[in-house]
Design a protein around this ligand. Sequence first.
Ligand code: PLP
Length: 381
Amino acid sequence: MSEKKRFETRAIELTHKSNSNTNPVSTPIYLSSTYKRNEDGSYNDELIYARHNNPNREQLEKAIAHLENGAHGFAFSSGMAAISTVLQTLKSGDHILIPDDVYYAVRKLLADVCSGWGIQFDLVDMTNLKLVKKAIKPETALIWMESPSNPLLKITDIQAVVEICKSHSILSCVDNTWATPVLQNPLNFGVDIVMHSSSKYFGGHSDVIGGALVANDSILSEKIKAVQTLSGAVQAPFDSWLISRGVKTLALRIEKQSSNAYLLAKFLESHPKVAAVLYPGLESHPQHEIVLKQYNGIHYGGMISVLVDGGVSEAVAVSNKLELFTTATSLGGVESLIEHRKSVEGPDSKTPENLLRVSVGIEHIDDLINDWKQALDSLVV
Ligand code: PLP
């Protein structure tokens, strides 16, 4: 086979090889924390100690790197641990630009923890390139993108921001959690680092917490590896195994979740008790044209934000009326979830008070639409 194999095939191949001489089809879980030295002091397969490396983690790291079209992958104990690792490669005095609706814990990490290390940051609307350029300072060392953003689903023109970064020698990183490599490969646009919360679509079943980074540059990758090993927030063997299992069905799940989300978004957009629907696949989405050039194909992801006609009480009433959408934080699992984000993000959040963030699962679309229909129809505005 001379042509590069397609995503679905690579996802299976990359996660079924095993190091064992018993030839299992499913990779065994290697729980050993340490490995026996050979008489000459060397180690087999460079396996020394599980904070440095582990066969399950290595398999996952290679798979995620490969699927992101990158050279070096790193798996962490959470998405936030992956983000912290990028921040730990910076130095005191550095400045970071982050999206104005970035996942709220990133803003909190920078404000409550990293400010104590002398790292400053500013929020900027990443969809407005003029504002991005204007916000750059001589100390700006990193531009953090999140596309789609959480929870407003704003789409950043990744290639355009990367060009700005390159002309100022600024490191660029994209949180690709919501798009996944099925829909979008930021490294193809010249980004330095891709980040994932693998707790979401990679895991896919709401039963594991994890994070990942992928980079191409070998010097940058050595820095990441050093922070990963020395700070130690590594992905555990069983969790690596669970996420590797998730990789096998990632494309299938994303296709189903995307088609469900598209049909649900269309239905919601036409409902009189819905003020607005934020979904990148809708022609009404302000950055729909960028999505068309930036995404890999015909799917637009499983996340929707719905602005219910009214305020907090109407939004919460609809959420409580839904029977198939569990009120819970997180996203990307096979089951549909819903959350009133402003309540979670706290009083300084700029998220509209009537916004419900919806993670669409793999249930039958007719049932999902009927559920929204009964919840919205029962609303008295
Ligand atoms: N990035 C995004 C876009 C997220 O939605 C989340 C979690 O919701 C994170 C990062 C943090 O990931 P984790 O919860 O795995 O630490």
